[in-house]
Ligand binder design. Structure first.
Ligand code: DGJ
Length: 548
């Protein structure tokens, strides 16, 4: 991960110094850059907003891919996240089969999609179901964890030396292969290492090796980053320093260190950005030691510091959003967006009510977002996600992505510069506002376009929350706005506080491929008399205001 300076940004904005032509020779390798605590993913050397979709778990075979591309296209996605399973890459120990990866990458190119590969190795939703059979059933070589009572449990131990060696070898083989087939085109832009790691049902491994390690002093790198929630010793064993949190923290460190071995070795051969995803712990309940209510040892918000200390080759700890309550979802985003952690949402429910969160997520500066199961495989993961399996499932996301897509690169630049804002209608349907430089923007919901709604006369299609807006401030008095089912009002704030204002222009339009704004019409009269009213059809506006 590189720090980037404003001068460099200016250079690629102005001079086009970084080529956009991915076909000429070798495209620059994707990388994550940081500027003043904000992030951008560079793809082909340019800031890139990932409008992603994730395929179903078992779509990682050539025969399943058509249904993946079909859904991704209907969603207007620019990236597909899809598994590569250890069991398919190395079905026989030491013999690697890259045929699926080759087909996948070739078809992604034909379909003009980028890829994020999800390495389903030692842990997939904490379990070993994607390991090859020669790993699954050999507890001698590939030990499972042991619980407090000495019982062997389902989850593979992070202290299994041969497991780590074997998983690392397979992962490195994948990265070597990607380097060989993809260095020219960079179709693959990021890699997820393992999937939703941690352990359900037991707080940590109590096997002999784990027990010995638990008694060791907490490493300095962890001490430097992770403060104890309750007062304990400044240095010493895990129990001495972290008291009732020691078990969870130790497990997080053990799992993160294991992942670091893969990530470091993989990046040594092919240096793509890497991340881990997380089955969340409740972001709003008071902090308490693990009590069985989430996967211990996964990169939950409370142990991001431990992951940063143990796994410097993992760029991002990323939340998987499956709790649609607006308060919880917002709290999770705030906890994962940190100066040292780019916001990236690799999974989110695919039910329609999640589509509005794309505005909030991209507005607050995420490098990308990806609803899960946007795939026409004959499978619905309802009730977690949508009941639907067809175009109607992809459509709510497709409409939002279609609006963002022509300006996705620009959006990533604005976001890196800290100029973007995002709102999603809350469950309580109440107004929301934020202050940009010189302007306060207020969003209200369930309004008619030409007049105020009353409780008994509400606009159709607003029965459940589905409004949202994302804004980029592109000048002192100028905004690019994209949104749906929302009314926006602007009033002077800061330097403009107290001054009356009016719209100079409210242009509806789009950015063309060269990044030039194409005005289609100017909203005025009835269309702006009641504020900026965006309907169920996501619309892009370029708004200029003035004071008098
Ligand atoms: C989160 C996991 O990371 C995904 O692979 C998938 O299992 C979803 N949960 C549920 O559909």
């Amino acid at each position: 991960m590189k720090k980037i300076h404003s001068r460099l940004m200016a250079a690629f904005c102005l001079a086009g110094m970084l080529t956009a032509n991915a076909d000429a020779a070798q495209a620059p390798i994707p990388q994550l850059v940081r500027q003043d605590g904000r992030y951008a993913l560079l793809v082909d050397g340019q800031p890139f907003t990932m409008l992603g979709v994730q395929a179903h778990n078992s779509s990682n075979y050539p025969a399943a891919l058509d249904k993946v591309w079909g859904a991704a296209k209907d969603a207007h996605a620019n990236t597909v996240e899809i598994p590569v399973a250890w069991e398919q890459l190395e079905p026989v120990e030491g013999k690697f089969d890259f045929s699926y990866v080759d087909t996948l990458v070739a078809q992604a190119r034909q379909n003009k999609m980028r890829l994020v590969l999800l390495w389903f190795g030692t842990w997939k939703n904490t379990g070993p179901q994607y390991t090859p059979e020669w790993v699954k059933f050999n507890n001698q070589r590939f030990p499972r964890m042991v619980d407090k009572d000495g019982k062997t449990i389902y989850c593979l131990s992070p202290f299994g030396e041969q497991t780590l060696q074997a998983d690392t070898r397979a992962f490195v083989a994948l990265m070597e292969h990607l380097k060989k087939i993809d260095s020219a085109q960079r179709t693959v832009i990021m890699v997820q290492v393992e999937n939703e790691v941690g352990t359900y049902g037991t707080v940590r491994d109590f096997g002999a090796k784990a027990q010995a390690a638990f008694k060791q002093p907490v490493p300095q790198a962890v001490l430097a980053r992770k403060k104890a929630p309750v007062a304990g010793a400044a240095i010493g064993s895990w129990a001495e320093v972290y008291g009732p949190y020691a078990d969870e923290y130790f497990h997080a460190y053990s799992v993160a260190s294991y992942i670091e071995t893969l990530a470091k070795a993989g990046r040594a051969v092919y240096d793509l950005p890497m991340f881990v995803n997380n089955a969340l712990r409740d972001p709003v309940e008071p902090m308490a030691p693990w009590k069985g209510n989430f996967a211990s040892g996964g990169p939950t918000f409370d142990v991001i510091d431990i992951y940063k200390a143990a796994a410097p080759h993992v760029d991002i700890a990323a939340p998987d959003l499956y709790s649609p309550e607006s308060k919880k979802l917002g709290a999770t985003l705030a906890l994962f967006q940190r100066q040292d952690n780019a916001l990236f949402v690799p999974e989110m429910g695919n039910a329609a009510l999640y589509a509005r969160y794309v505005y909030q997520i991209l507005g607050r500066g995420a490098i990308g977002v990806s609803p899960f199961g946007i795939d026409y495989a004959d499978y619905s993961n309802y009730p977690l996600g949508s009941r639907l399996k067809d175009k109607a499932m992809a459509e709510p996301f497709g409409k939002v992505y279609a609006a963002f897509r022509p300006m996705a690169g620009k959006w990533a630049q604005w976001s890196l510069a800290g100029r973007t804002y995002g709102i999603a209608e809350a469950d309580d349907r109440q107004p929301q506002s934020f202050t940009a430089a010189g302007w306060k923007v207020t969003a209200t919901f369930r309004e008619w376009q030409f007049g105020n709604a009353s409780k008994d006369d509400l606009p159709p299609g607003t029965e459940s929350p589905n409004g949202g807006a994302a804004l980029a401030q592109i000048g002192d008095n100028e905004f690019v706005v994209v949104g749906q089912n929302v009314r926006l009002n602007f009033e002077g704030a800061g330097a403009n506080a107290g001054k009356p204002s009016m719209y100079a222009r409210v242009e509806e339009g789009r950015f063309d491929a060269a990044g030039k704004w194409i005005m289609e019409r100017n909203w005025n009269g009835d269309q702006t008399d009641w504020g900026i009213n965006l309907t169920a059809n996501p619309t892009v506006l370029r708004i200029r205001l003035g004071t008098y």
